[in-house]
Design a protein around this ligand. Structure first.
Ligand code: GLU
Length: 283
């Protein structure tokens, strides 16, 4: 009989979206992900989160590989590494997201929503969650729908229904105990877009589960998304991974870095003669 390892095999991932050039904030978070995988003698996977074809550009994909390699990243699964060749580009995994969608639909966890962004933002009861997402006021929740039998893309958005007042708690590897309340901190959230694109929340959960990720390391801006994703793990019957969120890198005005901060993109810093070694140092 094969020996059972004392600890489950660690599998971590870095999951950039090629919607712009990678900046120092991405690199620092990904570096922590790589270090944690190394400390656990685990595997680091690179997943290219290129679902949004209006925003993801081939030149950013090419730049992403180049910048990651320059910074010193070494992944052993994913594109451009000579490792296993399961698709690691989200744009090639739609069938997989569709299967998760069907499961949620069959379980009655999601419903079609015909509200436009404008409808939602104009609703008096739609405050914005901390991460900028409007808290959906539930307008389409209980509508008897004629589109239930339609398959996506069906010109409507599909939302996951949360239980208002339910507390979602988890212990983050960096920030400790977390508690978010559904219906207050976030509302019914998108699962599939009317233009046929699965939502970030659905894709990331379907992928982390099927890629056997044991710990998700990512920026603190996604703490609230973790609460949404834990509801998806439960609905889909998948065991959730551990979560470790990293403090965000801020610019000199205290603003968190975004892809528009060209001056702090890895390529701009490299152009100024900075070495990767220097940039890895956090103090
Ligand atoms: N692709 C997402 C981003 O670039 C990160 C997703 C994740 O780590 O869960 O913001």
């Amino acid at each position: 009989m094969a020996a059972t390892p004392a600890h489950p095999v660690y599998r971590g991932r870095i999951a950039p979206s090629p919607t712009g050039y990678l900046h120092l904030g991405h690199a620092r978070t990904f570096w922590i992900a790589q270090e944690r995988a190394r400390q656990h003698s685990g595997t680091l996977i690179l997943r290219n989160e290129d679902l949004d074809d209006a925003r993801c550009k081939p030149e950013f994909v090419a730049a992403m590989f180049e910048d990651l390699k320059w910074f010193g990243f070494e992944w052993s699964e994913g594109p451009d590494c000579g490792g296993p060749h399961a698709p690691y580009n989200q744009s090639e995994r739609t069938g997989h997201y569709r299967a998760a969608f069907e499961r949620l639909k069959a379980g009655g966890f999601i419903y079609p929503c015909t509200c436009s962004r404008k409808d939602i933002s104009q609703s008096a009861t739609a405050p914005h969650a901390e991460d900028g997402e409007p808290v959906y006021p539930g307008t389409c929740r209980n509508k008897v729908s004629t589109v239930l039998s339609l398959q996506p893309p069906a010109q409507v958005n599909w939302r996951f229904r949360v239980y208002d007042g339910e507390a979602i708690e988890f212990v983050d590897g960096h920030f400790g105990a977390q508690r978010f309340v559904a219906g207050n901190d976030f509302g019914d959230f998108p699962i599939w877009r009317h233009d046929g694109i699965p939502s970030y929340q659905l894709a990331v959960v379907a992928d982390d589960a099927s890629m056997g990720i044991t710990e998700v390391v990512r920026g603190a801006d996604l703490l609230l998304s973790t609460a949404r994703q834990l509801l998806l793990y439960r609905a889909l019957g998948f065991a959730p991974p551990a979560f470790h969120h990293c403090p965000l890198v801020r610019d000199e005005n205290g603003e968190r870095l975004a892809k528009r901060h060209d001056a702090l993109s890895l390529r701009a810093l490299r152009g100024l003669g900075k070495s990767a070694d220097e940039l890895r140092k956090t103090d």
